[in-house]
Design a protein. Structure first.
Length: 283
């Protein structure tokens, strides 16, 4: 009985230790929202900003006249500014949120900088702009994102942005657009930027890859006979890559959690091995 109690105690301690190895999700870096956007929206916590188009005015600003028909909302985009060095080395991610009475919390993940992974695409895209360190995060659905609510009901509907990156110097939210079925803005506020192309990788890597591709393109023109099926496939992949969607930053947290879990299991093994040694010595 004593031996079984020792084993049970050691196993329990190992499980507790392994759980401690998996870090809890921390709040993201503060969203620095421009004054003109704060005047129409709400920031209930540092890493979340929302604009309400239906709701109780006693709880904060509600842009009632912003969208006459809430069922016309098919998407949204936010223009953000970041420290480009942080963006390319640390990366960032979060979600664009559509929150209403009937559907609840509907979050569409976004990722930028070093958090973007081409092999794990998501619906929210991270576009570059003509201004360094300024990006457009955009989600567009094929169906309406909000349901109609009876005028007598006290329903709510809000479009927001959430940030999960805890190590960035900051994210400045400077513009917001709410999109209709055709992808055009049916409501906008702040200083929005024109999007250029989907960001597939950190800007620094993007620029270097463009240089490399230009050089290789020059060499290939000298001798077309050297082209093979692999190079053709690579070219096709490169072209299709321009429409690759951004990756969920949740993948990064998943990797961290997986690492913690692995370490925890290893710790559990050590603990059990220690218990076995105790038993053998007692014999």
């Amino acid at each position: 009985m004593k031996i079984s109690k020792i084993l049970a105690g050691m196993s329990a301690a190992a499980i507790v230790a392994s759980m401690a190895m998996i870090p809890a999700s921390a709040a993201g870096t503060k969203l620095n929202v421009s004054d003109d956007l704060l005047a129409i929206g709400r920031q209930p916590q540092d890493d979340l900003f929302s604009v309400f188009f239906r709701g109780d005015e006693s709880e904060g600003n509600v842009v009632k006249d912003g969208i006459s028909d809430i069922t016309a909302v098919y998407g949204a985009s936010f223009t953000i500014k970041v420290d480009n060095n942080d963006w390319n080395t640390i990366g960032g991610g979060g979600s664009i949120n559509f929150n209403d009475t009937k559907n609840g919390w509907n979050a569409k993940d976004w990722a930028g900088g070093s958090w973007v992974e081409d092999d794990k695409p998501k619906d929210t895209l991270c576009y570059t702009t003509d201004e360094e360190g300024t990006y457009v995060l955009e989600y567009k659905s094929e169906t309406p994102l909000f349901d109609a609510v009876d005028d007598e009901e006290k329903g709510y509907a809000a479009v927001g942005i959430n940030n999960w990156a805890a190590d960035l110097k900051g994210i400045d939210v400077v513009g917001v657009k709410v999109l209709g079925a055709d992808g055009n803005a049916i409501y906008e506020a702040g200083s929005n930027k024109d999007k250029k192309e989907v960001q597939k990788k950190p800007v620094a890597e993007e620029s270097s890859s463009k240089t490399d591709s230009t050089a290789s393109g020059t060499e290939s023109k000298k001798d077309d006979s050297k082209k093979d099926d692999k190079s053709s496939a690579a070219a096709t992949s490169s072209k299709s890559g321009t429409t690759t969607t951004a990756t969920s930053s949740a993948a990064a947290s998943d990797n961290v959690a997986a690492t913690g879990a692995t370490a925890g299991l290893a710790l559990a093994g050590v603990a059990l091995a220690g218990a076995a040694i105790v038993i053998s010595k007692r014999k």
